[in-house]
Design a protein around this ligand. Structure first.
Ligand code: RNT
Ligand code: ZN
Length: 417
């Protein structure tokens, strides 16, 4: 019965969209190809396996909902489960602190490919590709400044760490036959007014140049800007302007975290400028509430507009889509699925936009017609297309996945004490 309804609703939707020149089958095929890099850190509140201590260094999780993954097996198990609730094939985004350290303490300047061998084996067995991140936070040497630190010893420690991470990413990329995207985000900044703003930025640029010097064809590097870190509110070394300039001049991938902007800012409008000057984008799809709070991604105007701009700029194939939020106040697995599916919905909505017709109107100066079609497109039956997409891919349709998450909680996460 349900299957029949999904099919019928899809048939109707398909016709409605066809009438305005949109091919829903093509949009679905496109969405099926779109991989989302799942952020491993949603499973365990960004703790990792290095020292099993709470997160520190510019970012924070809030809440203590039971069931956090406590070790590598639990993280893997959770991700394997999340995958069963998502249509399409997705990637896993690892942070360095999630290495398989075999119960030993491995400092950041000692990490090597061997600590990620079991992840590569697991990824292969689960048909997942890996992405990677160096980790500057939650370490005694994190302080306020890492790669931009005037202290040579500390700076070199972090340079060494980041270089090693790039080599790990390179090994991952070669093993999976697809570039591993490695993100560099450092929290560097100052709680109060700094009078050496230029100096730290100069040092950061030099450190990055040094790190990126090594040619590693199996991986691609990206650098992430931020508005501010917690406890570092007055000054951020790696600000938006800093990285926009850096990426444009060095031809490096720009990581755009949608949570890292003032809430009144039009983040979507950045896409069409950035894509003119940087080679590609890495996206951290997130949701700020009043500040960079890393709330679970939902299908809201900001996220919808963002993906529409990306598609309008013909930039979907130049963007690596990843998630970045960490909500410890609700079921973490549920949070994962809600955010990933919301991202898919926003991408689908962008793919279903009657762009050819809209552009024709614009070219003719028919601005009323453009506005009217933009308005009407908002209420076309996108949900029927999304349901069909999930059904066709054998994953729960609509709200059905709530009970899958509840079952998993009952059987698995609630037993973690
Ligand atoms: C922090 C950045 C960064 C982190 C992850 C854990 O504000 O968004 O991407 O969230 O590296
Ligand atoms: Zn981010």
């Amino acid at each position: 019965m349900k299957e029949q309804l999904i099919q019928q609703a899809y048939d109707v939707a398909k016709e409605r969209y066809a009438a305005i020149g949109v091919d829903t089958d093509m949009a679905i095929a496109e969405l099926e190809k779109q991989q989302i890099s799942l952020h491993c850190w949603q499973t365990d509140d960004v703790v990792g396996f290095e020292r099993n201590e709470a997160l520190s260094g510019g970012i924070q999780t809030t809440g203590n909902y039971p069931g956090r993954a406590r070790n590598i097996d639990e993280v893997r198990h959770d991700i394997e489960f999340v995958k069963t609730l998502l249509a399409g094939n997705h990637r896993l985004n690892l942070h360095e602190i999630y290495g398989d350290f075999g119960g030993k303490f491995v400092d950041r300047d000692q990490v090597g490919v061997e600590h990620f061998q079991s992840w590569m084996d697991w990824a292969k067995a689960n048909d997942m590709k890996l992405d990677f991140n160096s980790t500057s936070f939650s370490h005694p040497k994190s302080g306020d400044l890492t790669l931009s630190n005037p202290d040579k010893g500390i700076r070199e420690f972090w340079i060494e760490h980041t270089k090693r991470c790039r080599r790990i990413a390179d090994a991952m990329g070669r093993a999976q036959g697809d570039p591993c995207i490695m993100n560099i985000w450092v929290h560097d900044g100052s709680k109060d007014t700094s009078v050496c703003r230029k100096r730290y930025r100069e040092i950061l640029a030099e450190s990055l140049d040094e790190i990126l010097k090594e040619d590693l064809p199996g991986m691609k590097s990206c650098v992430e800007a931020k508005l501010f870190g917690i406890g570092l509110e007055s000054y951020t070394v790696g600000s938006m302007d800093f990285y926009e300039g850096y990426c444009a001049t060095r031809k490096v991938i720009y990581t755009l975290d949608t949570g890292h902007y003032e809430q009144t800012e039009n983040v979507a409008d950045k896409v069409a400028s950035l894509l003119l000057f940087v080679p590609e984008l890495m996206l951290h799809v997130s949701r700020p509430v009043r500040w960079d709070s890393d709330h679970v991604t939902i299908m809201n105007d900001q996220t919808l507009d963002f993906f529409k701009e990306l598609v309008r700029a013909d930039g979907l194939h130049r963007a690596h889509v990843g998630l970045d939020y960490f909500d410890a106040s609700i079921n973490r697995i549920g949070a994962y699925v809600v955010g990933a599916r919301a991202t898919q919905k926003c991408i689908l909505s962008a793919l279903l936009e009657p762009l050819a017709k809209l552009r024709e109107y614009e070219a003719n100066g028919q601005y009323f017609e453009r506005l009217a079609l933009l308005e009407e497109a908002k209420t076309l039956p996108m949900g029927a297309v999304f349901d069909y997409f999930n059904w066709k891919n054998g994953v729960p349709v609509g709200e059905d996945y709530i009970k899958n998450v509840q079952e998993y909680e009952q059987k698995v996460t609630s037993k973690r004490k």
